[in-house]
Design a protein around this ligand. Sequence first.
Ligand code: GRF
Length: 195
Amino acid sequence: MNKIAVFASGNGSNFEAIVQESLKKDSTYQVVLLVCDHLDAYVTVRACKHNIPVFAFDPKNYADKQSYEQLIVNMCRSYGVQFIALAGYMRLLEKTLLNAYQNKIINIHPSLLPAFKGKNAIEQAIEYGVKVIGVSIHYVNLEMDAGEIIAQECFSTVGLKKEDIEIKIHQIEHQMYPQIINKLLKGEKNEKSVG
Ligand code: GRF
């Protein structure tokens, strides 16, 4: 059984979906740690409900990013973490984490990358007037939302209100992210799918 950590900063609906999938019989992974950079984020409540250990920290309490990333690496190692899924973790990673978990850190982003990187991606895409919108899962590197794309799913926005689009994006995320994690951990070939 692969041991994974999820990093999140806020609500944690993707964290919840990843955990729910891990409880199924044929899951390849177990979530052994939540890392959260906001002490009062709702995702920490979700983790407690599932008895998943939480490392919650306030970056302001550390001299620099390297210091808290080293602590995170130590924490991950102490729980035997082999793979990391960022799920709404609102911080760029630096070398301390990236070198410790090379090619083992992925992220989910609510746009068809490389379009609409960064915050408020759904709003950015709607304001731009896109006719097709979607979700990307990618490897994490030093740049924001810029690592190699692993999988994408998309749908037409025509006739949909902003609220409908947001709901659909999250539905896709919740189904897609656990599936891709399972596939990667099974060693199956990466997918780049559209449709
Ligand atoms: C998701 O839309 C994800 O794609 C993005 O941040 C959001 C997190 O939502 N990276 P939640 O906290 O999982 O509900």
